[in-house]
Design a binder for this molecule. Structure first.
Ligand code: ADP
Length: 568
């Protein structure tokens, strides 16, 4: 189930991070030791063999460190580290007078570290390897006379053993402290993740039940006969806004689960940032029209700024930030806009709301993180909005951060790279739309191919305020027929799943006759992959069900000249 991915698929990632934290220091330690050995052995003229060995180990450990650091081939790195370390310890044992010296203690040190580095079967194999190694050394030393030399003097041995043991104690201290710290960090992380997960589930239950309560309750009341039209309007508005918040929640959860399973892909295209901002300003002005405590400030940009990015995702981040600004601001200003910087476009959403205490800021963009402040009122939310925004911004190639002053307000910033960036001024744009105007002074015809009667009725209802002529077809074949009879259709809304032939087949047939008519896929499959599949197949655009009136009008506006879309 999707929710499972959402809650658990980070384990694999964390395992790799966890292992990396043990493998990297041991490779780093090996590299540093080899360097020290090269220095000492060359200074003290220890002969060719003892000089070459640290050079080889330096190269090997440095390479393994590089791989471990990058998180590449971690299993191979682990085993090579074990083998190289064992080989070096055996050589040390041989050149350092076998069991007369402290060389054997190194096996104990290595083993205690391997317990952290390896797991399950791997640890068992390494243990057997180490025990066999020690038994073989025992056999060699006790049975082959003269293979292991003795110290030149009793004092030399005492010096070496005590120096060696002191050094090993130091190594053990460093290794074990590192291991303990890593363990404590991971333990705290796991506990925090668990707490966040529990509170997320509780919040989500609340976030689902609250709008559902309104939808179910008011839908029942609406069927009563003695309601005035004013009451009906009011209840329908409540149902609508509850629908919106439920739909947002479902979309957010699906997006998070797609991001976590690496399935969220971007649909890149040229995005008119000015237009996006103007539309957002319009939407939020409307949203805040009855709220006299908040002033929306939108610094209108005179020029049309174009950038190659995923416009829908960019809008999603801005909407998240603006919704938060509205939610966490009781009175004052909400300002939003963007700056064109050298390499990036920098967006900001600024509010004069409750602000955020400094110690929360580091966690704000974490999954499910919500500031539960005892002193403030309870704010609804699941704590995924900012997490989602951060992941999306990162996918777009930018960064997101916040500056906040507790009690006075916050500014959220994010950047996106200026890929294919260019600016056009207003004159150019209006000339293009005037050209359109000249040859399209008639009513727009929209062909709707959709098998569900209720959906057809819904489209008729929501498209009513536009000055459209609607042609409706109730399955794929009749859709193709309808297009043959109405080749002058200005736009086609095409359902993907129909009982006879699917939307892709219908698209192919229509495209054989007309390559240009805008065809918009409409479907209940709201995954990004579906969106891409549609665009690849040749649809001009895509709209997910449930279709919102505003979203549909925006889409139609994108493909039809403005004078054909008349809001009555
Ligand atoms: P939520 O759905 O809880 O709002 P978000 O991920 O969007 O989840 O935000 C996480 C937390 O960040 C919120 O619980 C809130 O405490 C804090 N936050 C976000 N935006 C603002 C803001 N503009 N002002 C104050 N606090 C904010």
């Amino acid at each position: 189930m999707k929710i499972n991915i959402l809650l658990s698929n980070r384990t694999e990632y964390n395992d790799i991070e966890f292992e990396k934290q043990f493998v990297t220091p041991i490779c780093m330690g090996g590299t540093v030791f080899s360097l020290i050995a090269i220095f000492i052995n060359t200074q003290l003229n220890f002969g060719r063999v003892l000089t070459i060995i640290p050079y080889i180990s330096l190269v090997v450990f440095a390479f393994l460190y590089y791989l471990a650091h990058k998180g590449k081939m971690l299993n191979l790195v682990k085993w090579l580290t074990v083998l190289v370390t064992l080989t070096l310890v055996n050589l040390l044992w041989y050149y350092n007078f076998g069991s007369h010296s402290p060389a054997l203690y190194l096996f104990v040190i290595i083993f205690s570290y391997l317990i952290f580095m390896l797991d399950g079967k791997q640890l068992l194999i390494a243990t057997i390897l180490l025990v066999c190694n020690v038994v073989i050394l025992y056999y060699i030393e006790s049975h082959i006379k003269g293979i292991v030399k003795n110290y030149p003097s009793r004092l030399a041995r005492i010096d070496d053993v005590y120096t060696g043991v002191s050094l090993y104690l130091f190594i053990i201290f460093l290794m074990m402290r590192g291991a303990k710290n890593t363990y404590i960090i991971q333990y705290k992380k796991a506990r925090r993740a668990d707490q966040l997960k529990s509170s997320f589930l509780a919040n989500m239950s609340h976030e689902i039940r609250t709008p559902l309560n309104a939808i179910v309750g008011f839908s029942n009341i609406l069927s009563e006969e003695n309601l005035s039209s004013e009451e009906k309007k009011q209840y329908a508005a409540i149902i609508n806004s509850s629908n919106d918040s439920l739909l947002r929640l479902v979309n957010d959860i699906l997006d998070v689960s797609m991001i976590e399973s690496d399935q969220l892909s971007l649909v890149l295209g040229m995005c008119n940032v000015k237009e996006l901002f103007d539309n957002l300003a319009e939407t939020y002005l409307l949203k805040l029209k009855d709220n006299h405590e908040i002033k929306l400030i939108h610094k209108e940009n005179k020029q049309h700024v174009f950038v190659k990015t995923d416009c829908t995702r960019l809008q999603q981040v801005l909407v998240n930030l603006l919704d938060n600004a509205v939610k966490y601001t009781e009175k004052g200003n909400i300002e939003f806009g963007f700056f064109v910087e050298e390499k990036y476009l920098k967006f900001y959403v600024k509010d004069t709301g409750i602000g955020i205490k400094g110690h929360h800021i580091g966690y704000l963009f974490d999954r499910f993180y919500k500031v539960e402040d005892d002193n403030s009122k309870l704010f609804r939310g699941t704590g995924i909005g900012l997490y989602l925004s951060k992941r999306v911004v990162n996918m777009l190639g930018g960064e997101i951060w916040v500056d906040s002053d507790y009690g006075r307000g916050s500014v959220f910033y994010f950047t996106i790279p200026k890929t294919d960036f260019h600016i056009e001024n207003d004159e150019l744009i209006s000339i293009t739309s005037e050209n359109h105007l000249a040859d399209t002074q008639k009513q727009a015809k929209i062909l709707i191919i959709e098998d569900q009667e209720s959906n057809q009725q819904y489209y008729s209802a929501i498209l009513k305020p536009g000055n459209f002529r609607l042609v409706q077809a109730y399955n794929g074949m009749s859709g193709i027929e309808a297009f043959k009879k109405n080749p002058d259709a200005d736009l086609i809304l095409l359902d993907l799943k129909m009982p006879d032939i699917d939307g892709f087949e219908v698209l192919k047939e229509i495209r054989k006759k007309d390559r240009n008519v805008p065809i918009i896929a409409q479907t209940a499959y709201a995954m990004a992959a579906d969106r891409e599949k549609c665009l690849e197949a040749g649809f001009d655009d895509y709209i997910a069900k449930p279709v919102q009136r505003e979203a549909l009008f925006n889409l139609i506006a994108k493909y039809l000249p403005e004078e054909k879309i008349i809001h009555k």
